[in-house]
Design a protein around this ligand. Structure first.
Ligand SMILES: [Zn+2]
Length: 190
């Protein structure tokens, strides 16, 4: 007869402390992500904590779950000035689950974007200037919010990840790609 499991034994293996970012070419970045059914699930809450930590360590301003090979409709918008985006506005990291755009301006604006999954380059990408979004927060509460400017841009970039798109798919011209180095010297420090 097998011995009973000791009560202190964890039911599942502990999640790895650091997650790897899926790079362009990984098929997970081209999948349409699944809606989150149980926001309170331990695995979902742990994933959120890991994504928040990863954003800080990688100097990101946003991240989507598929970027760590977790194909769920979950993203974080966390604009703050850092080495990759020195002029970004400062906000508290906002976890958005099953997010969607429910309204938007007719006007679009073009600005430079990069992506942790597409290292080394930036592209000039058109996005709606203002959007109205709906999502659940990590406690499950439904939130409706207006976003504009750079924060609206981050949301649209991350939402694309949930639909299997990357920013390169929205380039209007291949001539509107530059390297990180040129971006920092020509755009940020112009
Ligand atoms: Zn990205």
């Amino acid at each position: 007869m097998p011995e009973a499991m000791p009560e202190t034994m964890p039911e599942t293996a502990p999640a790895p402390a650091t997650l790897e970012i899926a790079q362009l070419g990984n098929p997970v970045l081209r999948q349409v992500a699944e809606p989150v059914q149980q926001i309170q699930d331990d695995a979902i809450q742990a994933l959120i904590d890991q994504l928040l930590a990863l954003l800080i360590s990688s100097n990101g301003v946003g991240i989507a779950a598929p970027q760590v090979a977790a194909s769920y409709r979950l993203l974080i918008v966390a604009s703050r000035p850092n080495a990759r985006y020195p002029n970004a506005p400062l906000m508290s990291p906002t976890v958005m689950i099953n997010p969607q755009i429910v309204g938007h301006s007719s006007a679009t604006v073009k600005d430079w974007e990069g992506c942790l999954s597409v290292p080394g380059i930036r592209g000039l990408i058109p996005r709606y200037q203002q959007i109205e979004v709906e999502y659940s927060d990590r406690s499950g509460q439904l939130i409706r919010q207006q976003l504009s400017g750079f924060v609206a841009r981050i949301f649209q970039h991350e939402l694309d990840h949930l639909d299997g798109l990357v920013f390169l798919d929205r380039l209007e011209s291949l001539q509107e790609i530059i390297t990180d180095q040129e971006y920092l010297s020509r755009v940020v420090n112009a």
